[in-house]
Design a binder for this molecule. Structure first.
Ligand code: ADP
Length: 522
């Protein structure tokens, strides 16, 4: 019985390379698929220092004439995630600081070449390299990998199926037409029909147009991206492909984000049945952020990229209004992003000494402690494909106040300000609409009022902490999708042992019937 193998092509994988939710999602999904018996290998650029963090890294192939020059393929296992990796090594492209940007915050000028090389490498692996198994399915993630489905088609490889997962449609990988040769784009593909948009090469468009299936990471975002407001100019193409577009919501790593086992909390671990140590985590956080060590204060935390997507600009306007009306409110901010927004939030902290503090930087440990010590997470977003951060906060009993968009609209349950107060006993957070500072400030004030009802608040915390958002639960639709694309020979052979040989289409149909449910179509 052959094993279904999947090659995951991505720019991030926690803990080897991460700038945001993509890195967490890749690792969580790959691990969960592996647990379900699908052999998953992640193809990742060999960014600086990454090869040294794998166990047993060894060269398995030399790839000549990729964009950016010759490269090596290294194979090894990450001792932390226990996942198999193929690293694409070309020091001229990847041995530098910063995944996508340099120290000054500017995009690396050769990002097109860097990620085109990754996609071409995926196609070489799919075509077959000595000593490496060919994947049954190539799973490309976001624009960095989105050239892969087009290149597979162009190479005539049709026995390896492709899936593109959109984690963030706002980043599309757009490069000048003149770069086509350097990026290895075949002349026949340099067209509007194949991958050109707004007179530029567009990696995301290539993936959406050519992948066998396109998925995105929440049901609401899947609907939103079909509209001009959220479609970032590709909504028309997505509507054309709506029959092949599926929503498969992400999960979270519930072992890593677990207040009862989290090593970052030292002896102050806690669980939904007893939050005494959570209160002590707040004291620790207040001390770390140089806030007044007042156990009665309500501590609002904000931990995210500080960008317009994450409404850091709106938070800078809204927070003073709430700080002025609620003397018992404190704010702790951890994040980095746009320099202008970083300095707006630093100025805010300077205006409210001991009540508001801003730490600029990327700090994985700090994020855990922020969720453990907070009472409320403020997570505004103009758009939010999934939104891992509110789910991490919920796991730690920190009630999210978030925007009613994308994944947050699906995961945060709020009966609304007009519902009877007692209905909040069934809530796990609060939602607000739009990107106005008033809406954000009102939602925070509403949360501050709810804090005065300890029984209700405790119920909300319990709801938040106990809902199952695990990858073990979330991975099922990916598993079914991959088996279905693979023709599901392995599963079918076991189920229908005596059936005669059949076409893969017939196999797919039978598998759908046997397994009952396919990933949620729109
Ligand atoms: P996005 O992927 O849009 O940034 P998500 O909320 O889905 O948003 O995921 C963000 C991930 O990045 C989370 O794991 C979060 O903890 C992490 N993160 C973001 N900013 C920081 C930071 N400054 N320090 C540590 N972790 C951060």
């Amino acid at each position: 019985m052959s094993t279904t193998t999947i090659l995951i092509v991505a720019a991030e994988a926690f803990p080897l390379a991460k700038t945001g939710g993509l890195g967490d999602a890749i690792t969580g999904m790959a691990r969960a698929l592996t647990e379900r018996g699908i052999a998953a290998t992640v193809l990742l650029p060999a960014y600086r220092g990454v090869a040294g963090r794998l166990d047993g890294a060894r060269e398995v192939a030399r790839l000549e004439d990729l964009p950016g020059g010759d490269a090596r393929l290294l194979s090894g296992v990450c001792p932390v995630s226990e996942l198999s990796f193929l690293l694409l090594e070309n020091d001229a492209l990847y041995d530098r600081g910063g995944l996508y940007m340099n120290d000054e915050g500017a995009e690396h000028a050769d990002n097109g070449v860097r990620y085109a090389a990754l996609c071409h490498a995926a196609v070489r692996i799919a075509r077959g390299l000595p000593g490496l198994p060919r994947p049954t399915v190539v799973h490309a993630h976001d624009w960095h990998a989105a050239l892969t489905p087009l290149l597979l088609r162009d190479a005539g490889i049709d026995d390896v199926k492709s899936v593109l997962t959109i984690h963030n449609l706002a980043f599309q990988g757009q490069f000048p037409l003149e770069d086509a040769a350097a990026l290895g784009i075949p002349p026949a593909c340099r067209s509007e029909d194949a991958m050109v948009a707004w007179n530029q090469l567009n990696f995301m468009k290539a993936g959406i147009r050519h992948a066998d299936r396109v998925t995105t990471v929440s049901r609401t975002y899947a609907r939103e991206i079909l509209t001009p407001a959220f479609g970032c100019g590709l909504d028309g193409l997505l509507r054309e492909r709506a029959a092949d577009l599926m929503a498969i919501p992400n999960g979270i790593d519930t072992a890593l984000w677990d207040p009862s086992r989290d090593p970052q909390l030292g002896p102050l671990r806690y669980h939904a049945g007893d939050l005494a140590n959570k209160r002590l985590c707040k004291t620790v956080l207040q001390r770390e952020f140089d806030l007044l060590p007042d156990p009665q204060a309500t501590l609002v935390v904000l931990g995210s990229r500080l960008t317009e997507q994450k409404m850091a600009d709106v938070a800078a306007d809204a927070l003073p209004r709430v700080l002025d009306t609620h003397a018992d409110m404190q704010v702790a901010i951890l994040g980095q992003g746009d320099r202008r927004l970083e300095s707006a939030l630093k100025s805010l902290a300077a205006r409210y000494p001991k009540r508001c503090a801003t730490r600029i930087g990327y700090n994985e440990t700090g994020a855990h402690r922020l969720h453990a010590g907070g009472d409320i997470l403020l997570h505004g977003s103009r758009f939010e494909p999934f939104g891992l951060t509110p789910l991490y906060a919920m796991r730690y009993g920190t009630v999210p106040v978030g925007s009613r968009v994308g994944g947050m609209a699906d995961t945060i349950e709020d009966p609304g300000a007009d519902a009877p107060l007692t209905a909040m006993a069934f809530a796990n957070g609060l939602l607000f609409d739009g990107d106005g500072p008033d809406a954000m400030a009102d939602a925070l004030s509403r949360a501050m009022h709810l804090r005065r009802h300890p029984t209700l608040w405790r119920a909300m915390q319990r709801n938040a902490m106990t809902r199952d958002f695990s990858w073990q639960r979330a991975v099922g639709p990916y598993e079914r999708l991959i088996h279905s694309l693979a023709g599901d020979a392995a599963v079918e052979d076991a189920a229908v042992a005596s059936a005669p040989a059949r076409s893969s289409h017939a196999g797919q149909r039978r598998t759908r019937q046997a397994r009952g449910s396919m990933p949620m179509p729109l």
